[in-house]
Design a protein around this ligand. Structure first.
Ligand code: ADE
Ligand code: ZN
Length: 337
């Protein structure tokens, strides 16, 4: 089972590049860039990872990214993630980045995007891992700041497939960003938004994200299960939900395996993702294994989750089809063996 999961072709649609910054890399960059750290070893950094909800996680996440300063830093961050993903047989990724986490520290938009895009090209060429980038806005910053960053991205629209919304949901509902997302859609970008688990007004926020913002996908969105009509609408629209099981054990105190199973039974297109794997200490294979070993999900359910991810990705139909065929061929060969 373990080997079957490891080698299964995978697609990751919810991973924050800044959330892939490993403690060893934080250390290396702090030394190189002359950033003072409170910790004297990478293990001490890990030991300080003390989070049990979204705000306590975000505080540590933003502190970590301060060491990222040069184009090469963003390249190395991104390329190392792709190497790690490749080891889990992740074939296609739509990674997030948080430009406001860096521009507010004086790093230019170009420094960030040039490093990331160079790594994407190298990963496609050298590792065979294909990707398309999603730019996220920090919802605890203003709508004006989000709009300014959308404008900054205008010369780079060929490098970005869509926009997302992340950070602290409390008092920052989706409709705060309605205008920004409407403009992004006008510019041809796909839309997704975080609907983190067990937030204030989770269900009505998801309803707004679906029916008013009219997103193309939902990040997390587990609380939609509390409203049957909302689930029906998500199914009717064919929306994908990017669930992050191990992340949920930290930020929402549950692996949400039962919820994922219920989504599959309802015909909702749930997917499995790592979110911030360096912080939650779990990449894609670890997330699938957790669902299998702790959550009791079957082989068939795991394959369906992987198939869903390729299906709800923003690739064109021909590319999707070729990945799904590769997944089906893998499953057939594994069953025959
Ligand atoms: N930024 C990084 N990870 C996040 C998450 N899981 N929710 C909201 N914002 C985030
Ligand atoms: Zn996330």
């Amino acid at each position: 089972m373990s080997e079957f999961i490891e080698k299964m072709p995978k697609c990751e649609l919810h991973v924050h590049l800044e959330g892939t910054l490993e403690p060893e890399h934080i250390f290396e960059l702090a030394q190189k860039n002359g950033v003072e750290l409170e910790y004297d070893s990478p293990q001490a950094v890990i030991d300080a990872y003390d989070f049990n909800d979204l705000p306590s996680f975000l505080a540590i996440y933003y502190a970590g990214m301060n060491v990222l300063q040069t184009e090469q830093d963003f390249y190395d961050l991104t390329y190392r993630y792709f190497e790690r993903a490749s080891a889990d047989n992740v074939r296609y990724v739509e990674p997030f980045f948080d430009p406001q986490g860096h521009t507010t520290r004086g790093v230019t938009f170009e420094t960030i995007i040039d490093g990331i895009v160079r790594a994407q090209k190298d990963a496609a060429e050298k590792l065979g891992v294909e990707s398309n980038l999603i730019m996220c806005f920090l919802r605890d910053m203003s709508a004006e700041s989000a709009m300014e960053h959308l404008e900054m991205a205008k010369p780079h629209l060929d490098k970005i497939i869509g926009v997302g919304l992340d950070s602290d949901e409390k008092d920052n509902p989706p409709l705060k960003f309605a205008e920004v997302f409407a403009k992004a859609r006008e510019w041809g970008l796909k839309l997704t938004m975080h609907c983190d688990v067990d937030q204030d007004n989770s269900v009505s926020n998801i309803r707004d994200v679906v029916t008013k913002i009219e997103v193309d996908r939902i990040d997390h969105g587990v609380n939609s299960l509390e409203d049957d009509a909302l689930c029906d609408e998500i199914v009717r629209r064919g929306l994908g939900l990017t669930v992050c099981p191990v992340s949920n054990t930290f930020c929402a105190s549950s692996l949400t395996a039962e919820e994922i199973r219920t989504m599959l039974q309802k015909g909702m297109r749930a997917t499995v993702n790592s979110d911030d794997p360096a912080y939650f200490r779990a990449y894609m294979t670890d997330n699938f294994k957790a669902l299998s070993e702790q959550g009791g999900l079957t082989d068939d359910e795991l394959v369906q989750l992987s198939r869903n991810a390729f299906t709800v990705s923003w690739l064109d139909d021909a590319r999707k089809q070729s990945y799904i065929e590769a997944l089906d061929a893998y499953v057939e060969a594994a069953r025959a063996a």
